[in-house]
Ligand binder design. Sequence first.
Ligand code: GTP
Ligand code: MG
Length: 350
Amino acid sequence: QNTMTPAAYERHTAELTNCIIAFLSPILPTEEEYRIKEATRRQLERLASKVSPGAKLLAFGSMANGFALRNSDMDLCCLTSKKDGKPATQHTASELVEILSQLIREETDFNVMPLPRARIPIIKISRAPTPELPYEIACDIGFENRLALENTRLLLSYAMVDPPRLRTLVLFLKVWSKRRKLNSPYTGTLSSYGYTLLALYFLTHVKRPAVLPNLQRVPPTRQLKPEELELDGHNIYFYDDVATLRKEWTSQNTENVGELLIEFFRYFSKEFSYAKDVISLRTEGGLLSKDSKSWNSELCIEDPFQMGYNVSRTVTKDGLYTIRGEFMRASRILMNPKSQRVSALIAELC
Ligand code: GTP
Ligand code: MG
């Protein structure tokens, strides 16, 4: 319960905003970390192009979407160049995993683990920090995953429309969910990508006035090429002219990050209907019913481009129970107007 007077609440959220920013600043990646990761990407790209001439290795996920924390993993996607729509080499993804893994082993000092028979074949690469290169590298290389490149670009576009609020909120949720052990799809909770979609849904569809426009529903202002509209049968359109948006989109919503964070936790503790609803960013209202999609997972978040794909399918009953308990705990701590300093609240929260 909010027992603060409006003026006290305003002071509280303003201070909370400053504390969140101060808390995040030392755990953002440094310029040097970006440089080392980019050099690693280029080194691996050279090797990939030996296996398949013209191959590109593109970053997706947090290194490319504006939501990176210090020492995040690198997600790379290998695109083999196509002439006349045909692959440059006849290799399957599994074969590419085997061949490229072998080459990386021979020519670098990375630890290499090929997973050619996984549902999505990947190569896992790592290297422990050394005095000369004091950054741990952990990298997954996948193949031809163009949808991941597109959803990375969607997230990056959102991040650029309102960087102060969206980026801060997402980065905080990532740190919080990792420290509270709620960010582990393999053991029943939600991926960073899932938390990011929750934040986008909240800022675009729950908050009134909205903090962000729905980029998948902003009409195009130019003629689009077919490849900008469809990929593997999925509608991948979104408004990506961020320069224009930054000039023309001004949200009527003036809430600060502290206030948005408190409301985010309250909304997902108390208001969101986990039993009935599916989060669907691309739609007008942001929600569909589980019935209409015949989905029955504990938590349902439709991928922005792959309508048949539930991003939170990994969340188990226990996992959701834990996550909701943590949303409530966070709500309680952030609204607790004890005499504590606000910075202490954040330490307690994470
Ligand atoms: P950290 O690795 O925790 O820093 O976060 P991240 O921003 O890299 O997110 P995450 O590792 O969860 O996902 C990386 C990228 O993989 C996302 O940006 C998506 O492009 C893609 N991805 C992850 N999970 C899914 C999923 O369930 N479905 C789809 N389609 N793509 C996903
Ligand atoms: Mg990642």
